[in-house]
Ligand binder design. Structure first.
Ligand SMILES: *[C@@H]1O[C@H](CO)[C@@H](O)[C@H](O)[C@H]1NC(C)=O
Ligand SMILES: *[C@@H]1O[C@H](CO)[C@@H](O)[C@H](O)[C@H]1NC(C)=O
Ligand SMILES: *[C@@H]1O[C@H](CO)[C@@H](O)[C@H](O)[C@H]1NC(C)=O
Length: 368
């Protein structure tokens, strides 16, 4: 049994050893392809072992026709005439982490266009005439950066359940009238809604983004109710949360009476509620993250045990083999010795016998 294990181990060594070569070959082939650009002006670039397909001024209107390497992690088709993203456009490319589609004319994106992009982290659709985004885009598990500036997106597009761990949401130069109502986003750090049509903003709009660092609201005509403390309240929240806002703070309508009543602003219960829910969600995410890391650590600690146990089996195999060899040699040696002694005894017996016989014969002859 152990010897089988040992053989298995040897086999494994011979099977595993050539694998790195295979990887080297694949990156080599990418370099070779790099020297021969594909007819449709795409080329491959490998940097830090990340494979990128970069295409320039494509005339073809669908990505599906490009027939690219299915292992690409980056797809870069900026400044082309891409018109639609069909359900099958990106279907083949399941390893994509970055998709750059700036400066295209992608007015049609089908519902399942990003359905296969389980590893997508960054999507850039800046300035691509987008009106509609598929809802499933906002549920991709690793998507953290969305560049959607300079499109025709309306509030309706953000009436979705966002479960992606969004960190950067760039929505400048669109057609928004309110801050996107995308629910609790504990990971969101950067929200850019400059140059939209936003006319009002409340603390409740920002409270669901409890990690928000940067907020760009320039280029919106935001007005506050001049007879309430809304403006002071909003500014106070931005200050309290230390959000870097553009413009820095709003100039609030002034009257001595209002200034007195607004001196001690208080935030609405809803604001606190949303903010605390966001914090709780963040806490939960951190705990899950720590647990995952710990599980990974435990797995990693377990893994080195495997080679060690393999070595133990290997060493014990060798010892057992040596022992068997030793024992057989010893036995053979003993057997040989015994055999020798027996032969010697037989020889001496024969010798004695012959001596006796000769003596007897001699005696007989003497007697005769
Ligand atoms: C794309 O996929 C969605 C969802 O699976 C489906 O409802 C739709 O009909 C598909 N569109 C096309 C053009 O195949
Ligand atoms: C928001 O986007 C606009 C347009 O791209 C850009 O000019 C501006 O610097 C961005 N704001 C921040 C805070 O990054
Ligand atoms: C807000 O919460 C406080 C304390 O929990 C409560 O007394 C108050 O009635 C609440 N206000 C509103 C408007 O619900």
């Amino acid at each position: 049994m152990r010897i089988f294990l040992f053989n298995g181990f040897l086999l494994l060594v011979f099977v595993v050893a050539p694998v790195p070569d295979v990887f080297v070959n694949s990156s080599k082939s990418a370099e070779i392809m790099d020297q021969n650009p594909l007819p449709n002006t795409c080329r491959y670039i490998t940097a830090n072992s990340v494979l990128e397909a970069r295409c320039f001024q494509l005339k073809s209107q669908t990505i599906a026709m490009l027939d690219l390497n299915p292992d690409i992690q980056v797809l870069n088709i900026t400044g082309s005439l891409l018109f639609t993203l069909n359900n099958d456009s990106l279907h083949l490319y399941k390893e994509l982490e970055f998709i750059y589609l700036r400066h295209n004319i992608i007015s049609i994106i089908r519902k399942a266009a990003f359905a296969n992009q389980l590893y997508l982290q960054v999507l850039d659709l800046t300035n691509s005439f987008c009106r509609i985004l598929p809802k499933s885009l906002f549920q991709l598990p690793y998507l953290h950066t969305l560049y959607l500036g300079e499109n025709w997106l309306t509030d309706r597009m953000f009436n979705v359940n966002v479960t992606s761990p969004l960190r950067i949401l760039q929505l400048s130069d669109n057609k928004l009238r309110v801050i996107p109502n995308i629910g609790l986003q504990p990971t969101l750090l950067n929200l850019n809604v400059s140059n939209n049509f936003i006319t009002s903003i409340r603390t409740e709009d920002l409270a669901p983004f409890c990690s928000l660092n940067d907020l760009d609201l320039t280029g919106n005509d935001i007005r506050f109710n001049a007879r309430s403390c809304d403006c002071q309240t909003f500014n106070a929240w931005v200050k309290l949360r230390q959000i870097k806002m553009k413009p820095k703070l709003y100039k609030c309508p002034y009257s001595s009476a209002l200034n007195k009543t607004c001196a001690n602003v208080s935030f609405s219960n809803r604001t606190y509620e949303l903010f605390n829910e966001c914090l709780a969600m963040m806490q939960q995410m951190i705990e899950e993250d720590i647990q995952q890391k710990m599980e990974k650590d435990i797995q990693q600690k377990m893994e080195p045990e495997k080679p060690r146990s393999v070595w133990l089996i290997f060493a014990s195999c060798v010892l057992v083999c040596l022992f068997i060899v030793f024992v057989t040699l010893f036995c053979v040696h003993n057997w040989n010795r015994r055999q020798c002694r027996k032969q010697q005894e037989q020889l001496t017996m024969i010798y004695n016998n012959t001596e006796l016989n000769t003596e007897l014969l001699q005696q007989q002859s003497d007697n005769n």
